[in-house]
Write a protein of this length. Structure first.
Lengths: 441, 250
């Protein structure tokens, strides 16, 4: 057994609700019997876990002092103007009532596993761990073995919840490197509608955390969920996470992902169409720079007929960074009349940047429409020249082209205030890249 | 305004310009004609500083500055403008944002006060109307999904907003119907103020029916083989380029 496998087990919680123990036990055995992936492990071919193994993220997350002035300022920055969301803030995994806005939302219950009532416990037990397959995703098994708490979002039948739920997972450095677990379960009853924004962030300083995150989304018949997962952490914050969704008949999922790079960042997004007529839009942007790494593995399973999926991921990779994109579409024998599209476009802004992209199609039904494509390009010199010939400096032109490359996805977000929130942030990131690149010339 | 002396240039190692001499004075309109491959567009791109278009000999001075020593953006700020034959599509960057950035840069360079968003919008809408483009084009990505004619109008719009000292129009008339051609002509004519100069690169005499040039030059084999007044264009229309090329060889 490798060191990290053993060490991680020591971080299992000492105290946790009894009703979670069975799942924790299963996770424990599954994680214990797993092996750390190597270059030969297909799913991990381009992502090494060295940073995790060497970093000794062995500390436990600690509760931070409530509402220090820094945290209060941070909260201001994390709030998305115009989104009018109900905001939950977690600091190093601990819920911070001081930083959260606890107003309740009609039709949507939000509780911590540890505070769930009997009916809620039943619902959680019915679904938790049934969407994220811990046999297939070893870090989901680790999450199970660490299971002491989590957030449960329950949207009632036919409730149209307009107020978005904005969950911020904030990290701040601790004395010693530490690990923390993020767990979210969203259960959408038939005919319900809601928006959930998962927002990962850190304070301005250099981080020393490893987050193992698992989010499970259950969409019952005709439910509709707009989901965002924004990874805007500082680059030393490690993250291995997964978003796992199950869609029943005519359910609709719109899921948008944004990832800045990190020393190690790996995200699995798995969507299962288990009812006829389900639809999912899955879009994402990844922007690693410096020596960062980011790996998105997406998998859409079409199990029943008449389902559709549209997926578009775009990446801008700069400096010495590396990105991995693996987009899998699996169409099962019964999934006739499936329509599935997948596109992945990459822009390399430096000679040393690297991307490994692989669309994977596995089709066992004969009456389906499927399209996929992947491209890797550099900044278009002719377009740069065109902009410069109008008096725009090269640096600015470069920022404009990078911004344009991802704006097509940002402009199509269902919640425009999020786009407005992200644009200046990304604009600053691109401007920084340009100036830094010049410094190293 | 512009003085080109013995300009030689290569593209991908191939010599395209072989000693171009041209003087353009303030307020003058020059037309350059010539067969395909004679180096007309290359001349335009060499003047605006496109990478890969390498000057191997000669000098170009523009408003007293050594043009060839400047970066493309510096040339633009100095007042040189090229209306592209093939404008680039840049999805995701709105035309409005692009135009505003370009105008901001130009005003900064000219030490003029920056336009606030409202004044700029007003100006952009006026110019949009002037080139007969629907205002929805301001919101779209730069040239994204524009037809050939719409792209050319967008070039004119940039030209009018940037108010350059020398405008080079690279086959702006190609592929345009007669209405669009008249829009081009009326924009150019409206911008003729006795100081601003124009260099019209064109295949056809047709454009010159609407924009009367002071001088017409014929480019052949990378050099100017004949110069004259507007009657030269009519002569070319009648006889084609073949006789001139023979002459050049002799």
């Amino acid at each position: 057994m490798s060191d990290f496998i053993t060490e991680a087990l020591r971080l299992a919680p000492s105290e946790a609700p009894d009703w979670l123990s069975e799942q924790r036990q299963r996770g424990w055995s599954s994680w214990k019997s797993s092996k750390m992936p190597t270059r030969k492990t297909e799913d991990w071919k381009y992502t090494r876990l060295k940073a995790l193994e060497q970093g000794a993220y062995l500390g436990r997350a600690e509760r931070q002092k409530p509402s220090s002035p820094t945290l209060t300022t941070l909260r201001e920055q994390l709030q998305v103007p115009g989104l009018d969301a109900r905001m939950l803030v977690f600091v190093n995994g601990f819920y911070s009532p001081e930083l959260s806005n606890t107003e309740s939302t009609d039709g949507m219950d939000v509780v911590h596993f540890s505070e769930a009532d009997e009916t809620q416990v039943d619902t959680i037990r019915t679904h938790l761990g049934t969407v994220a397959d811990s046999d297939k995703y070893m870090f989901a098994a680790l999450s199970d073995s660490w299971l002491d708490d989590g957030v449960f979002v329950h949207v009632k039948s036919d409730s149209k919840v307009i107020t978005p739920l904005h969950i911020v997972w904030l990290t701040v450095p601790q004395q010693e490197a530490f690990s923390l677990s993020q767990r979210l379960l969203v259960v959408m009853e038939p005919g319900s509608e809601a928006t959930v924004v998962e927002h990962f962030a850190s304070d301005g300083s250099q981080q020393n955390s490893f987050t193992n995150g698992v989010t499970e989304l259950v969409l019952d018949a005709n439910a509709s969920l707009c989901h965002y997962r924004l990874h805007l952490e500082e680059e030393h914050a490690l993250h291995i996470g997964g978003v796992h969704a199950r869609l029943e008949r005519d359910a609709r999922l719109n899921s948008f992902h944004l990832g800045l790079g990190s020393t190690l960042k790996r995200l699995d997004v798995a969507v299962r169409h288990e009812g006829e007529g389900a639809h999912c839009d899955l879009n994402g942007i990844y922007l690693p720079q410096h020596h960062q790494h980011i790996d998105y593995h997406t998998c859409i399973e079409h199990i029943r007929p008449h389902c559709t999926s549209r997926e578009a991921f775009r990446g801008i990779i700069s400096d010495n960074a590396r990105a991995v994109f693996n987009g899998r579409i699996h169409i099962h024998p019964d999934a006739q009349k499936t329509a599935a599209e997948l596109s992945n476009k990459n822009l390399l802004t430096s000679d040393k940047a690297e991307v490994d992209t692989k669309p994977e199609l596995e089709i066992y039904a004969d009456d389906v429409k499927c399209a996929h494509g992947a491209t890797v390009a550099q900044l278009d010199e002719y377009a740069l020249y065109y902009l410069r010939s109008r008096g725009i400096a090269r640096d600015d032109a470069q920022v404009m082209l990078s911004t344009g490359f991802i704006n097509e996805l940002i402009n199509n977000l269902q919640h425009a205030p999020l786009g407005e929130y992200l644009k200046p942030l990304l604009g600053r990131l691109f401007a920084q890249q340009v100036t830094q690149a010049e410094g190293t010339d | 305004m512009l003085s080109i002396k013995n300009l030689h240039a290569t593209v991908e190692g191939k010599e395209i310009l072989r000693g171009v001499d041209l003087e353009i004075g303030a307020g003058e309109v020059h037309a350059i004609m010539g067969p395909n491959g004679s180096g007309k567009s290359t001349l335009g791109h060499v003047l605006t500083g496109r990478a890969g278009y390498d000057v191997t000999a000669g000098e170009v001075s523009f408003m007293g500055q050594d043009l060839l020593a400047l970066e493309p953006e510096e040339r633009a700020l100095a007042g040189l403008f090229l209306a592209f034959q093939y404008p680039v599509e840049i999805p995701g960057v709105s035309n409005m944002e692009f135009l505003k950035t370009a105008v901001d840069e130009m005003r900064k360079y000219r030490e003029l006060e920056a336009l606030d968003s409202v004044s700029f919008m007003k100006l952009a809408r006026e110019v949009c109307q002037r080139v007969s483009l629907d205002q929805s084009f301001l919101k779209r990505g730069i040239n994204e999904g524009f037809s050939g004619g719409e792209k050319k109008r967008n070039e004119l719009m940039q030209m009018m907003l940037l108010e350059p000292h020398l405008c080079i129009l690279d086959e702006t008339d190609s592929g345009l119907d007669i209405d669009a051609l008249q829009v081009v002509a009326s924009c150019v004519n409206a911008m003729r103020d006795g100081k601003r100069s124009f260099l019209l690169i064109t295949h056809y005499q047709r454009l010159l029916d609407f924009i009367e040039p002071d001088y017409v030059h014929v480019l052949g084999g990378g050099r100017i083989v004949r110069s004259g007044d507007k009657s030269l264009a009519l002569e070319l229309e009648e006889h084609g380029y073949a006789w001139l090329e023979n002459e050049a060889v002799q």
